[in-house]
Ligand binder design. Structure first.
Ligand code: DGJ
Length: 745
């Protein structure tokens, strides 16, 4: 490594955000400011800003002020959570790193540098010259910051790494926390609390992101909402074990994250490196602004999905394991008639998989159920003009499978006996090269035999005692996660047009790590629109709508037993990547007609629904959910108003819409792609309703839902829609009204 660097101060700005970084005096970088964009600095002003951030020391504490950097350590007197934990058999557990090089966008920096967006790379070595660090920090064009760190052992003895986490400072004003809990069938349930002295630590040892994952950890000013409050948020982009934390320690507050390593999982020999996942950090005023930075990043990835996402039919809730070629072809024909553009054959087509007790791991089309292979179905689907997708669960094995019988040693286990079963299955150890190659070969063989346009990649259990039998049961979750990403990449390289969905018992693998390799997530196995309103609302905190699998299921929800009108099911689902999951042979002609109308509406509007800025309104009544998308140029918008319970008081408070051009005027029209919601009492400003050109009495709308009804709507200033609002209609619980807004001349 070159000689020691005298240090640098860096100022990065992007999309209204500034990050001021102090890497002077050979110290590891610390963030002096991350938040609202600052004016351009001279070098002198930057130095003054850094000096002005140094606190006075406390009473009876260390003699120099603490300076928790991205990787805080005891060498600087920091006694909170250390960024790096590990040792050479008990030695070298508190290394002191000295910076050697600082580069900004590839160019060395000494003194001061600033840039609009940019990548800062800091290299450092500890004073015993045993460990090297490469710390990367980027401010992306949308104002999203991300950082990761690579640790290399340059010493001949083994370094046992226990934890390598990154921390970002937040100001004292951020006292309220928001992160997520959840379970199968109800993912991403928000939970709030107060940031108190100590550590709020969310640990995940499930070997997958988890239906209960912390997802994004936010800290903000008290009472922050979708449109208000300063918020700082972190997300660990990793699909294996991981953590998120918020720590208040004396005068400092930090939020951060990292991979959670199991005991002895990462042992670095001479020359070995460990690379942490990216930790993303988003700042904004209001949760929508925080989300928008994540969305901008996902939308700018090298292979973003297009706005004309194909309407998808998944056969799971239609037939489950009951595969019959004739019925499945019949469903494909009905789906095509309704306007579906992609057909996905779910679980049950391979090996002995007639239920969930056997066959997982044997990725060969079942000759019992599909004597002629999948050809007839795949060909018919393509003939009907639809894409064909196939379900896999490549990381899993049923003990009752040829794979488990042939290679019991490929099952992940920490001891002599196998871990407890979950959904009758065990985990295939992709860290064993032969196991990895075996499953890859089987998937590639199917991709060679059939024209598959899409893979639904499932993962239906937590990793428990996930060790490697071939090396005495050492933990293997880190390697498994890396192998999973590598397998996806190898397949995508060979099949660049193939789209892959990340599914995991519904929505248990939703994170920015998996999103580097996949194109859609399945939000939840619970398709009940009442519950989906909440899950879609919160999953969009990380991902834009075009990445969220969002289906219209049968009238009676398979997971909750609740019965819902098609208008509510569809009016909920269109704010994502639309699909259908319903045995259409059981639908009435009326339902099929209405479904067709919703699909046509979606096709007409997906350019807006799937590219716009996501807006979620704060309101006085949690049973009224108002959200929408506004086109980037703010000329058009679609909003939805969903009633999740009886409106009390009657009528509901005024409807407000945010994210519009305050100075412009908008024509606001309620739209009913299928029929009107039940219990509708329209407000006066909607104007006189007509059906098939003829005037109808508003009171007639209350009795039952009507098809083909339209209202003229009215024109309002953007500023009025946000600040004054308009009268809300009355509707029954579990009903939705959509509004189309277009800039008036
Ligand atoms: C869990 C998924 O979330 C479902 O959609 C379905 O694919 C089943 N697995 C199949 O076993």
């Amino acid at each position: 490594m070159p000689t020691e660097n005298p240090g640098a101060i860096l100022h990065l700005t992007a999309a209204g955000v500034s990050v001021l970084i102090d890497a002077t005096d050979g110290q590891l970088p610390a963030i002096v400011h991350w938040g609202e964009q600052l004016p351009a600095f001279t070098a002198e002003e930057a130095r003054t800003m850094v000096a002005a951030s140094i606190p006075v020391t406390g009473s009876s504490t260390i003699d120099i002020p603490p300076r928790p950097g991205l990787l805080p350590g005891q060498d600087s007197g920091w006694l909170g959570r250390p960024g790096l934990r590990g040792s050479f058999d008990g030695m070298g557990w508190s290394p002191k790193f000295r910076v050697h090089t600082v580069t900004l966008n590839g160019l060395p920096v000494i003194g001061f540098a600033s840039a609009e967006t940019g990548r800062v790379l800091v290299t450092a070595i500890d004073d015993m010259e045993r460990l090297q660090l490469e710390l990367t920090l980027e401010l992306l064009p949308g104002g999203l910051m991300r950082s990761r760190v690579k640790l290399t052992n340059v010493h001949r003895s083994t370094y046992a790494l226990e934890d390598l986490s990154l921390s970002f400072p937040i100001p004292a004003e951020a006292t309220e926390l928001l992160d997520f809990a959840g379970s199968h069938n109800f993912e991403r349930v928000p939970q709030r609390g107060t940031l108190r002295t100590g550590t709020h630590l969310r640990e995940n040892r499930k070997g997958r992101t988890g239906s209960d994952s912390a997802f994004i950890l936010h800290a903000g000013t008290p009472g922050f909402g979708f449109g208000n409050g300063e918020i700082w948020a972190v997300h660990t982009a990793w699909s294996g074990n991981h953590h998120h934390f918020a720590e208040r320690f004396f005068g400092d507050q930090l939020i951060g994250g990292g991979e959670l390593l199991l005991p002895g999982e990462v042992r670095l020999g001479l020359g070995d490196s460990y690379q942490s996942p990216w930790i993303y950090a988003s700042y904004g005023t209001g949760l929508d602004a925080v989300a928008r930075r994540f969305h901008a990043h996902v939308r700018s990835r090298p292979s973003p999905v297009s706005a004309d996402r194909p309407v998808t039919l998944n056969v799971w809730e239609a037939f489950y394991f009951d595969h019959e070629e004739e019925k499945l072809i019949d469903l494909a024909e009905r789906a095509a008639l309704a306007g579906v553009e992609r057909y996905v054959l779910d679980d049950g087509w391979f090996g002995s998989r007639r239920d969930d007790t056997s066959g997982l791991g044997d990725w060969v089309v079942s000759p019992d159920v599909w004597p002629g292979g999948l050809h007839l179905l795949v060909d018919r689907v393509h003939e009907l003009g639809m894409q064909f997708g196939l379900w896999f669960e490549p990381e899993m094995v049923n003990p009752d499978s040829d794979l488990a019988r042939d290679h019991p040693e490929w099952i992940m286990a920490a001891r002599n006996d196998w871990p407890v079963e979950s959904r009758n299955q065990q985990v295939l150890n992709l860290g064993i090269p032969e196991a990895y190659e075996h499953v890859k070969k089987q998937i590639l063989a199917l991709l060679a035999e059939y024209k598959l346009d899409y893979i639904k990649w499932d993962h239906n259990r937590d990793l428990i005692e996930a060790g490697n039998q071939l090396n005495g049961g050492r933990p293997g979750v880190h390697q498994q996660t890396q192998a999973f990403y590598a397998l996806l990449e190898e397949i995508r390289l060979l099949h660049p047009d193939l789209e892959i969905e990340s599914c995991s018992s519904g929505g248990a693998r939703v994170d920015l790590g998996v999103l580097e390799h996949t194109d859609r997530v399945w939000v939840s196995d619970n398709i009940d629109p009442h519950d989906r309103q909440s899950m879609l609302r919160w999953t969009t905190q990380l991902l834009p709508p075009e990445y969220l699998g969002s289906h219209i299921a049968s009238g009676r929800s398979h997971t909750t037993g609740r019965q819902h009108d098609l208008a509510f099911r569809a009016g909920t689902a269109v704010f994502g990547h639309l699909g259908v999951e319903w045995d259409l042979a059981t639908a009435t002609q009326d339902e099929l007609d209405i479904l067709g109308q919703w699909i046509s509406f979606y096709k007409r509007e997906r350019g807006l629904l799937l590219t716009g800025n996501v807006i979620r309104m704060d309101g006085p009544d949690s049973n009224v959910v108002v959200h929408g998308v506004v086109s980037p140029d703010r000329s058009e918008a679609i909003f939805a108003q969903a009633a999740l319970d009886s409106l009390y008081p009657h009528p509901a408070s005024r409807l407000r819409f945010r994210g519009l051009d305050a100075e412009a005027r908008y024509h606001v029209v309620p739209v009913f792609p299928g029929n009107t919601p039940s219990g509708l009492v329209p407000p006066q400003w909607w104007g006189q309703p007509t059906a098939s050109g003829a005037l109808i009495e508003p009171v007639a709308l209350r009795a039952s839902a009507h098809n083909d009804v339209s209202f003229p709507g009215a024109v309002f200033a953007g500023r009025s829609l946000e600040n004054v609002g308009v009268a809300s209609p009355r509707i029954h619980p579990d009903q939705v009204v959509l509004y189309r807004l277009s800039k008036a001349a």
